[in-house]
Design a protein around this ligand. Structure first.
Ligand code: SF4
Length: 330
């Protein structure tokens, strides 16, 4: 079975955007691949270093969200990034093989720095593609599921691996070069049309939201502003509600767009329909969520067991890496 490495930064509860963009795919892939889920608490520090308590609380939130949507603890290996010493060591070794300029020119870094409003990047933020290369390779991952926007990171990681193997491998592969597994699901935007979603912006539907939360939030979603009355024809291409229908309610999406363009559906009815679909989707997740919230020790065991397994693999990788680099003593 080929291995995939995927996961989330532990910076808060996961929302519908995470589900549409990667979690639902993750649930499908767990049957075909040996699935490693990283709870990226170290990477979370790149943007949340001043809020370590949030990162710590989010470890459980993110783990429970992953388990609630259908990831089976018997099928997957879920581990905590900060518990895997091989990742930290590989990050240091790999950092010698990448130039500051190539990191500065990484388009994803540039875009994300802009989104966070950073003009003077920290060493950790600039270098997080290097630590991602360590995440991908410490466990011999064959594939890394990503959206198009993350491709530059994967490519940068692959370059580092190639450089490492050509410098130290003496014709052998010491660390495996992972491939990207592209997911073409469009990125879901916030209910207010904002590219970024978050608690402070109040524009995201969380997987753990109640039905009432969902109804209220959907009511507040931005629609086609030029559609004043129900008799006006709408433009679903500029409406956030239609984007959510596209992501969650695939079978009715085309029909809804058609009805909107011909003024055959009002925005209130369109939003009600969306709320129903979202609540139908989230209902089974909520049940599991309650279960895991009440059994946090089980979640802890899943993470600790996964981390133990990941460490076993990581320690082997790091031993080979150090030998290849001549960093060892008999
Ligand atoms: Fe948006 Fe639906 Fe209203 Fe059209 S009918 S503008 S898709 S909410």
């Amino acid at each position: 079975m080929k291995r995939i490495l995927t996961g989330d930064r532990t910076t808060g509860k996961l929302h519908l955007g995470h589900y549409a963009g990667s979690l639902q795919n993750r649930v499908k892939l767990q049957k075909e691949y040996d699935t490693f889920i990283i709870l990226a608490d170290v990477q979370a520090l790149t943007t949340h270093f001043e809020r370590p308590e949030l990162i710590n609380q989010s470890i459980y939130d993110v783990a429970i969200d992953n388990l609630s949507v259908g990831l089976d603890p018997d099928n997957i290996t879920m581990f905590l990034q900060s518990k895997i010493s091989a990742i930290a060591e590989l990050t240091v070794f790999y950092s010698m093989l990448v130039s500051v300029n190539s990191l500065r020119h990484n388009p994803t870094i540039k875009t994300e720095a802009k989104q966070y409003g950073y003009d003077d990047l920290s060493y950790g933020f600039l270098g997080y593609p290097v630590s991602q290369a360590a995440d991908m390779t410490f466990c011999d991952a064959d594939l890394v599921p990503v959206g198009e926007d993350q491709l530059p990171h994967i490519e940068q990681g692959r370059k580092i691996v190639r450089r490492f193997n050509s410098l130290y491998g003496k014709g052998k592969i010491i660390v495996k070069e992972p491939q990207a597994l592209i997911s073409n699901t469009p990125r879901l935007i916030g209910l207010d049309g904002n590219f970024k979603m978050g608690k402070s912006l109040g524009n995201a539907i969380y997987l753990s939201d109640t039905a009432e939360d969902v109804n209220e939030k959907v009511k507040s979603a931005i629609t086609d502003k030029d559609r004043i009355s129900i008799k006006d024809k709408g433009n679903p291409d500029i409406c956030t509600v239609s984007k959510y229908h596209q992501a969650i309610n695939h079978s009715e999406y085309e029909n809804i767009c058609e009805m909107c363009r011909n003024a055959n559906i009002g925005c209130t009815a369109c939003k009600d329909l969306l709320s129903k679909k979202i609540n139908l989707l989230l209902a089974p997740f909520r049940e599991k969520h309650v279960y895991y919230e009440e059994h946090k020790s089980k979640v802890r065991d899943i993470i600790l067991e996964g981390s133990k397994k990941a460490n076993r693999i990581g320690n082997e990788t790091i031993e080979n890496v150090k030998k290849a680099m001549n960093i060892y003593m008999e």
